[in-house]
Structures are given as structure tokens and as C-alpha cells.
Design a protein around this ligand. Structure first.
Ligand code: SF4
Ligand code: SF4
Ligand code: SF4
Ligand code: FES
Length: 980
């Protein structure tokens, strides 16, 4: 198979003669020294005899590099504002005195600039001499030999000798800080250029570093003792910015400088950051954020930047396995044997129980191409629409709510749009933990002065982030009352005359608006009437609503705190109502922006993984669409919407659903009411799991197909802004016994062939070609175009051949926007004397979702176990102290976690994450779900908390069961952090 359809770019270290690359530097990532300037006024000047025209405000340094003239530099890099400290970039300007720094001097019309004169050469050599006299001369054995800007500059300025001795005072014996799991800080190599400090401030927005002291005493400091225990969030921005080996990845120290690079896309969250996988042969040395990445512009977070080691973790299962019963040991078999066994089981079950007794589940961790072939297999080969995806448990209400109101199941904007927002409203999302790179961009806009409204029961980081960022309003509502809040905000907009009536008249269904207006205007929807329901002061709600409606461009960002409720879909529609009523849709700076959790939630939904929709959100009952797919696939297709995940599980428990093909998803950990899920899995006759690891679901499986990590396959992911980005294979899929490892779509295609339907793809690009041929919004997408453009935001068609950054500009996809009545209905999950507290859940920066990947990296240094947050008052009432083990009991089950006392949660509410399976967070969540989509009500569970000193019964059983299951694979048992 010809699987290498990408270009591996040879590594171009800094001493390649051009001297203008940052550490993330490749041919397509030249470092222009200072950021690009946006100006309509153009200025023409001459640099070393070359005429160049650039936007007004551009630095002479940037103009020089654009003109092909390289100016030496050390403290400047184009991701940061110029600082002017190193004086290496000095130039001469005819008619001006002195030697100005080209990085801080803007262009002017008619300037004649000289970058290479003997005087400049003297100054630069003198400067370099000073730097080098306080620098260990160990270049040959230095980890970044050949990839160091200081070394490059010494060569560029022609430094041949250092006149000052090393006997005097210097920093050569300064102690290294190796506390961070991923990078080291070696102060002996620091030139105090401040690039790291500025990267932490400007790029990341964390302000963890400072330059302390003055003159010779000045040095980089991380606030307290070391990096690991400081404010640092390990985003790696300072490491990427450092021009020396002072801040350097430990993998580079261990394995040396990489030698080629492949651009690919992060497999973690819905931001979809673009990365260079920097390689030596088939070994990843480091992942560096791609400067031209449309979603991340050269930034990263700790997960994408550093937490990729799981791909080669010893827990990987790399051989197909089968067994008759979950009580049996696994039998390692060949691919053919495993595929044929799975196919024979599917045929047997289909013949015995009928095709509706089978189904498939895909995952947002899969590529678009993998999701597409999985749903095709289920619909065309299994012969049923019983296919669903993990979006069921996260953003299915987004799909439903946005389709109803504005006609398209996707966010309306680019991430860059936030830079034009004046008021940012965040509802039920925690961007600094869940979507960190976008959070950094948002923080940049907030530092520029945008206003911030946060609606969240918990005090997320952005509520009081730093002296620079503080929410203008924190609406700390009670869990489960979102819809009441959106009604209260809308009430203020409507009754105080703040509706953008022109927009509504022109763009929306007027009748639906009138009905909605009359509804929200009712006195029972006023902030005053709802104050006691929400626990938020009426005046605060009024002020927040006024700010949103009148403060300029208003953008709403929301997350699972909106969708994972019994009224998740209602709330999504309520958000769309508010955005339309205030005219905040259809241009940059505004919009309705669901922050998608996993890397490919958007894509997996786009690809037809819901039981009622073909790719492109077209209903299975639509005759024309079905005819299109029947003709393309050559098989009859059902017009009945299939089963959703909860329906499959219910029927399995009743003995009516018998076979499941589960690709990349871990329902036994991620779905609510774990005991219900595991009972369903135990009741099936054939569970086929395709994954990297023996995940929780695989412990109940009969067939295990070893999947490929994102580094081992080709395809595409679609992020939260509809951006389709390439995933490129950088290493061969792992295989355990000499056979060729398979990409996931190949496994599905082989299973399909064994079931009598040949899919005939030779490469993932051909799957995308088929998607494009059958899906109007993907019509113009191809791997070739992705190679050319880097990424594409759908819709991409004849009208928008390069994609669509902002949607609904001239009209909504459904024609006119439609308002829906959003009546608040309190959840049935109520607190009472037995369960007096509400548990709500979320995620943390260093871990990702079920943790299958991040738990197998050094990220455990920050979050080795799930902890429950409890308000000091609630803790005191129960005699609970910091670090105590507490039992959390709900109507569904009980588990035990360690407690931390914090006022970040309000009294009456507790909070935890769900990244570790032994925590059993979903043992306590209930079967309640969204009325429209069955998205679980993860955010509201009534519980009681008590001090305990032993594991819950479930945890004890889990420990025994999981250890036995791991032993059945021949691998060692995983560690558990719970008390013995
Ligand atoms: S650590 Fe690197 S980036 Fe920071 S001041 Fe020192 S040399 Fe410059
Ligand atoms: S890794 Fe990121 S957060 Fe930490 S010091 Fe560097 S720039 Fe700041
Ligand atoms: S996890 Fe998200 S924010 Fe972090 S690098 Fe990956 S895509 Fe970017
Ligand atoms: S690069 Fe201009 S002063 Fe350092």
C-alpha cells in the first residue's frame, strides 16, 4: 500500500546559512523577527539596495527578512512583540545618527537602510563576545548543537575569539532546574534575552516567569522554587521561544536533534492544534506547534506538546486477540483469524437474532475517514442504522439545537474571531483546562480590554485569572438551572428594548420571534422571579444582560456545562435565541461557539455517525439522500433511524441486542451509570473493540483489534471551528508478531470484506474523495487541497472553494433563523435529605477525557488521581478534612475519592473529574438525559458525602475484575491509587 502521501521536510537547523529560523523553524516557518502588521498604508524603502514595500508599522527587521536580507538577532522572534535588548540587530540608516535596533525601529517611506557595514560588524562581534564570555563553550556536546540561535549568531557575526577570560564572575555553575517532567532549565546557558518571559506572557498568558535582579544579577525566575511547582502550565511556549539550550525538551537531551519533520494535527482536544512531529527515523523526538496552524498559530498546551508518549507505551496491545467468553484468557491470533472470527460471529448473530440486534459505536478520537467507513459498514453491511458516537454523551444537543434554530449543527466562527469580540460570554465551559490554546487567545483579547461574563456554578480559572484578567460578571448559578438563566437574560433584553430589531426582522422568522418575545417577557422569567431558583442576584443578571446586548460584538462560548443536562438541547436553543435577538451572528467577533471536547467531535458528527443521519446531517428517511447513498454503496439502506447508545445498552440488558463493533470509544468508562453499561456489555454475545489499549470496554470484549495511534495513520480531524486538518502518518502502525500493523480504516475495510462487501480503498485520501462526492459541505475537500492550504473550514464547495471561516453571513443556513420557546423545567434529579448535595463534573488541563492516553504519560505528575472538591462549610458539617477519603453515594451507586476543600465550588455543590477508571465517577451518575438527544445529565447528580476509610464495593469489585482482565492479556496489572 502506498501510504506515504505527505512530504517529510528535512530538518533545517539554524546554521543553515539563513539564520532566520526559530526553534520551530522549517522552510515554511521562517522567523521574520517581529509580528506581521495589519495596515492599509504601504511604505516603500530600500534595504541593502533592495526595494521593498511593506505595511506601515512593520519593523525594519521584518522588512529586511521579507526582502531576503537577514539581520542577526537574538532577542527578537516573530511570535513576540519586539523588545530591543540584545543589540545584535543594529543597522545604519542614511541621514540618521547612531545604530538603531532594526527590531524596534519601524519602516518609513524612502529610508535607505544598510545591514552590513564594518562598523555594524564590530558592534555585533563585541556584543556576541560578551554573551559568549559568560557561556559554557560546550557546543559540541550540547543537546541543541546545530539547533541553537546563539551558535548561529556567533557564526553569523564572525566571532573568532573571546578576549575576556572565564575566570571572572559568571553563571557557569548555576544549578539546573529539572523539576518539569518534560523540559529542563539550565541557567548557565541563559543570555537573559527575555524571550521565555515574553512567551509566557504574550503567547500563553500565564505570567509564570520574570527576570529578577538587575545587570549581572538578572536572571529568569519562575516565581517560586522550580518550574514544576510554579504557576507554569507546561505549555512549552518558553521552550519554543528560547534561542539557546537553556530551556530544552528532555527528549532532545536524550535522543539528539531531530532530522526530519512531518506536519500533523493534535489528537487531543477540539482546538485542533497543528504540530510538526520532529523525527529521527520512525522515532518522535518532539512535537512542536506549527506556526502556520490555523487554530493555534504556533502555540500548544502540555497535552499536544509533550504527552504523546502513550503511542509507544508498553500497555499498547499490538496483536489481534479473540476469546469465547470474558472469563477466558485472550488468545493472540493473526489478523486473518481475528477478522474471520469477528465476521463469523456477526453473521451468526444476524442470522439468529436479526440485523437489528447489532450495531456499531464510533469515536471522536477517530479520523473522519475512520468514522465514515464505520458508519458505512454498519448501514450498508450490517444492514441497520444502529450506529452512534460518543458525541451522544457530550455535544449531541449542540447538533440538535443549532440545526433547529440556525440550520447547521456547528459553531459559527473561527477561533480568530474572538480577537474582534467586545463582550465574551462563557457558559458551562472551562477553556483554560479544556481548550487551553484557544483560552490563551481569548486571554489576549481580554487583556486588550474585551469584557467577560462567565456563567458557571464553579469558580473556573478565568473568573479571577490574574491581575490582568477578571470576569466582569460571574453568574454562579446552581447546577441544572441554565435554561432559567438564559430566560432571565433574554427577559432583560426584551423588556428593556435591547433587541436588535432590524437584524431580527431581516434575518429571522418574525412570527417565531414574537412568540418567543412574549414568552420571555412574562414576569415569571424576570431575573427577580428567578433569583431564588438560580442563586444569582437579579441585579447582576440585569447588568450582565445589558452588557452583552449593548457592549459591541458579543460572542457566546459554551461547553458541556450547557449540553450535559436534561434540558441540554433547550439551552442550546436558548443561546441561539439570545444571539439572534441581539444581532450577534453572521460576522467576525460574534457567534454561537460550542467548544467541542474531543479532537474530532465535530467531524464524527459530520460523518454520519448518528443513527438518524447520513454524512452531512441528512435524515435517513429522506428518500433522495438515501437513494444517493444506495447508488454509491450498492446496497439497500434502511429508512428507520437506528438505536442510540443508551437504547442499545437497554436492549442488550434485556437480551435483545447481541453484537457491538466499538471503535476507539470506551463506553464502560465514559457513559453514565457504569453498572448499567457493564451489565449490558456482559449480556452481549459478541463485543468487538478496536483500540490502542485494553480499555474498560475491552475488558468485556470477545474480539480485540489493535488500533493505530494518530502518529501511525493518515486522515483528517475536524475541530470546533469546522476546520478540517490533516493527520499524517509519521511511523508504521505497531504490530506484535511480525505482521504489518493496520490503520483503523483498514481494519474496518477488512472486516467488511470478510462480511462480503469489498470497500476497495487504497488510502485514506480515497475515503475523503468519496465523502466529498456524497456530502455537499465537503464537496471541495481533498487531501491535495489540504496539502496546499494547510486546513479547510467547511462548507467547502464551488461557492467557497477555500472553505468558510464565518457562517451565516448573509442568511442562516435554514433560511430565516427560528426562535424557540425555552420553558425551564427543573430536573427530576433532586436533592433531598438522603442526597443533599449536587455533584457536577469537569476536566483538568493535564488529563484528557477517560485518560487512556494521558494516564500513560508523565502528565500524571500533575493529576495522578481524581479528587473531589467540597466547600469548607459542607466539609465541616461532615467532619471532612483536606485529603480525607470520602464516600460519594447517589441513587445509582457509590464510590470513594480523596477530598480537597475549596471555595471554588459553592456550598451544596461538589465537583470532580473523571479521568481515572478506578475513581468510578460514572458509577454515581444516573440515567437521566436530555429530552431530545439522550445526552446524559452528567452535570447534576444528587449525592451524599461521608468520611470513609475503605474503597466502595464497586471499587473493590473493579480492582479484582480489571486485574484479572489485564492478566488475561499477559500484561502486568495497572496501578490503583485508592486506599487499600
Ligand atoms: S531562558 Fe532562554 S529565552 Fe529565557 S532569557 Fe534565557 S536564553 Fe532567553
Ligand atoms: S511552559 Fe508555558 S506556562 Fe510554563 S513557564 Fe513556559 S511559557 Fe510559561
Ligand atoms: S490538547 Fe488541544 S489545545 Fe492542547 S495542543 Fe492539543 S489541540 Fe491544542
Ligand atoms: S534582535 Fe533586535 S535588539 Fe535583539
Amino acid at each position: 500500500m502506498d501510504d506515504i502521501k505527505y512530504t517529510a521536510v528535512p530538518h533545517q537547523p539554524h546554521n543553515n546559512g539563513r539564520n532566520n529560523h526559530s526553534r520551530t523553524g522549517y522552510d515554511d516557518q521562517l522567523d521574520y523577527g517581529t509580528p506581521a502588521v495589519d495596515s492599509d498604508v504601504m511604505v516603500t524603502l530600500e534595504i541593502d539596495g533592495r526595494e521593498i514595500t511593506v505595511p506601515d508599522g512593520t519593523s525594519i527587521m521584518r522588512a529586511s527578512i521579507l526582502a531576503g536580507v537577514n539581520v542577526p538577532k537574538l532577542c527578537a522572534t516573530d511570535s513576540l512583540e519586539p523588545f530591543g535588548s540584545c543589540r545584535l540587530c543594529v543597522v545604519e540608516i542614511e541621514g540618521r545618527r547612531g545604530y538603531p535596533a532594526s527590531c524596534t525601529t519601524p519602516v518609513a517611506p524612502g529610508l535607505k537602510v544598510h545591514t552590513q557595514t564594518s562598523k555594524l560588524a564590530d558592534i555585533r562581534r563585541g556584543t556576541m563576545e560578551l554573551y559568549i564570555s559568560d557561556h559554557p563553550l560546550d557546543c559540541l556536546t550540547c543537546a541543541t548543537n546545530g539547533d541553537c540561535e546563539l551558535q548561529d549568531m556567533a557564526g553569523a557575526v564572525g566571532l573568532r575569539e573571546v578576549r575576556y577570560g572565564y575566570e571572572g564572575e559568571n553563571h557557569l555553575k548555576a544549578e539546573k532546574d529539572e523539576s518539569n517532567p518534560y523540559f529542563t532549565f539550565d541557567p548557565s546557558k541563559c543570555i537573559v534575552c527575555s524571550r521565555c518571559v515574553r512567551a509566557c506572557e504574550e503567547t500563553q498568558g500565564t505570567f509564570a516567569l520574570t527576570i529578577s535582579g538587575r545587570g549581572f544579577e538578572s536572571k529568569v525566575a519562575s516565581g517560586i522554587e522550580n518550574f514544576k511547582d510554579s504557576e507554569c502550565v507546561s505549555c512549552g511556549a518558553c521552550v519554543a521561544a528560547c534561542p539557546t539550550a537553556t530551556l530544552i525538551e528532555k527528549t532532545v537531551i536524550e535522543a539528539g536533534v531531530p532530522e526530519h519533520s512531518v506536519t500533523t494535527t493534535c489528537a487531543y482536544c477540539g482546538v485542533g492544534c497543528s504540530f510538526n512531529a520532529e523525527m529521527k527515523g520512525e522515532e518522535v523526538i518532539r512535537m512542536t506547534p506549527h506556526k502556520n496552524g490555523g487554530a493555534n498559530h504556533g502555540h500548544s498546551c502540555v497535552k499536544g506538546r509533550f504527552a504523546w508518549g502513550y503511542a509507544t507505551h508498553q500497555d499498547r496491545i499490538t496483536t489481534p486477540m479473540i476469546r469465547k467468553s470474558i472469563k477466558d484468557e485472550w488468545q493472540v491470533v493473526s489478523w486473518d483469524e481475528a477478522i474471520n472470527y469477528a465476521a463469523s460471529e456477526i453473521k451468526r448473530i444476524s442470522a439468529k437474532y436479526g440485523k437489528e440486534s447489532m450495531g456499531g459505536i464510533t469515536s471522536s478520537r477517530c479520523t473522519n475517514e475512520e468514522v465514515y467507513v464505520t458508519q458505512k459498514l454498519v448501514r450498508a453491511v450490517f444492514g441497520t442504522n444502529n450506529v452512534d458516537t460518543c458525541a451522544r454523551v457530550c455535544h449531541s444537543p449542540t447538533g440538535y439545537g443549532l440545526k433547529q434554530t440556525i440550520g447547521e449543527s456547528a459553531g459559527t466562527q473561527t477561533f480568530d474571531s474572538v480577537m474582534k469580540s467586545d463582550v465574551i460570554m462563557i457558559i458551562g465551559a472551562n477553556p483554560t483546562d479544556g481548550h487551553p490554546v484557544f483560552a490563551s487567545q481569548m486571554k489576549r483579547r481580554l487583556r486588550e480590554g474585551a469584557k467577560l461574563i462567565i456563567a458557571d456554578p464553579r469558580e473556573i480559572d478565568l473568573v479571577d485569572n490574574s491581575p490582568h484578567i477578571r470576569a466582569d460578571y460571574h453568574l454562579n448559578l446552581r447546577p441544572g438551572t441554565n435554561v432559567a438563566l438564559i430566560s432571565a437574560l433574554a427577559h432583560v433584553v426584551v423588556t428593556e428594548g435591547l433587541v436588535k430589531e432590524d437584524f431580527v426582522r431581516e434575518r429571522c422568522e418574525w412570527d417565531s420571534f414574537l412568540l418567543w418575545r412574549d414568552f420571555v417577557a412574562k414576569p415569571e422569567n424576570s431575573p427577580e422571579a428567578l433569583e431564588s431558583v438560580l442563586g444569582v442576584k437579579a441585579q447582576t443578571m440585569r447588568e450582565a444582560a445589558r452588557l452583552f446586548a449593548t457592549g459591541g460584538n458579543g460572542a457566546i462560548y459554551y461547553g458541556l456545562g450547557v449540553t450535559e443536562h436534561s434540558q441540554g438541547s433547550t439551552m442550546v436553543m436558548g443561546i441561539a435565541n439570545l444571539a439572534m435577538a441581539t444581532g450577534n451572528v453572521g460576522r467576525e467577533g460574534v457567534g454561537i461557539n460550542p467548544l467541542r471536547g474531543q479532537n474530532n467531535v465535530q467531524g464524527s458528527c459530520d460523518m454520519g455517525s448518528m443513527p438518524h443521519e447520513f454524512p452531512g446531517y441528512r435524515h435517513v428517511s429522506d428518500d433522495a439522500t438515501r437513494a444517493l447513498f444506495e447508488s454509491a454503496w450498492g446496497r439497500p439502506l434502511s429508512n428507520d433511524p437506528g438505536l442510540r447508545i443508551p437504547n442499545m445498552l437497554d436492549l442488550a440488558g434485556e437480551g435483545k441486542f447481541k453484537a457491538l463493533y466499538c471503535v476507539g470509544e470506551d463506553i464502560a468508562q465514559s457513559d453514565p451509570n457504569t453498572q448499567h453499561v457493564t451489565h449490558a456489555l456482559e449480556s452481549m454475545e459478541c463485543v468487538i473493540v478496536q483500540d490502542l489499549f485494553l480499555n474498560e470496554t475491552a475488558m468485556y470484549a470477545h474480539v480485540f483489534f489493535p488500533g493505530a495511534s494518530f502518529l501511525e495513520k493518515s486522515g483528517t480531524f475536524t475541530n470546533a471551528e469546522r476546520r478540517i486538518s490533516p493527520v499524517r502518518r509519521v511511523m508504521t502502525p505497531k504490530n506484535g508478531h511480525g505482521e504489518r500493523g493496520l490503520e483503523d480504516w483498514e481494519i474496518t475495510a477488512k472486516l467488511s470484506a470478510a462480511l462480503g462487501y469489498d470497500m476497495q480503498y487504497k488510502h485514506a485520501s480515497e475515503i475523503m474523495d468519496e465523502i466529498a462526492a456524497l456530502t455537499p459541505t465537503f464537496k471541495g475537500v481533498s487531501f491535495a487541497k489540504l496539502d496546499e492550504l494547510g486546513s479547510i473550514q467547511w462548507p467547502c464547495d464551488d461557492e467557497n472553494p477555500e472553505g468558510t471561516p464565518t457562517m451565516h453571513i448573509d442568511g442562516f443556513v435554514r433560511g430565516k433563523g427560528k426562535f424557540f420557546i425555552t420553558q425551564y423545567v427543573p430536573t427530576t434529579e433532586k436533592v433531598n435529605a438522603k442526597f443533599p448535595l449536587i455533584l457536577t463534573t469537569g476536566r483538568i488541563l493535564s488529563q484528557y477525557n477517560v485518560g487512556a492516553q494521558t494516564r500513560r504519560t508523565l502528565n500524571n505528575a500533575w493529576h495522578a488521581e481524581d479528587i473531589v472538591e467540597i466547600h469548607p462549610h459542607d466539609a465541616e458539617e461532615r467532619g471532612i478534612k483536606e485529603g480525607d477519603w470520602v464516600g460519594i453515594a447517589s441513587r445509582a451507586g457509590e464510590t470513594v475519592l480523596r477530598a480537597t476543600l475549596t471555595e471554588r465550588v459553592q456550598a451544596g455543590v461538589i465537583y470532580t473529574t473523571f479521568h481515572h477508571p478506578e475513581s468510578g465517577a460514572n458509577v454515581i451518575t444516573t440515567d437521566n438525559s436530555d429530552w431530545a438527544t439522550n445526552c446524559p445529565e452528567f452535570k447534576v447528580t444528587a449525592v451524599q458525602v461521608t468520611r470513609v476509610n475503605q474503597l466502595s464495593d464497586w471499587q473493590k469489585d473493579y480492582k479484582t475484575f480489571s486485574e484479572a482482565q489485564i492478566a488475561f492479556t499477559g500484561k502486568k496489572s495497572a496501578q490503583t491509587k485508592q486506599p487499600a
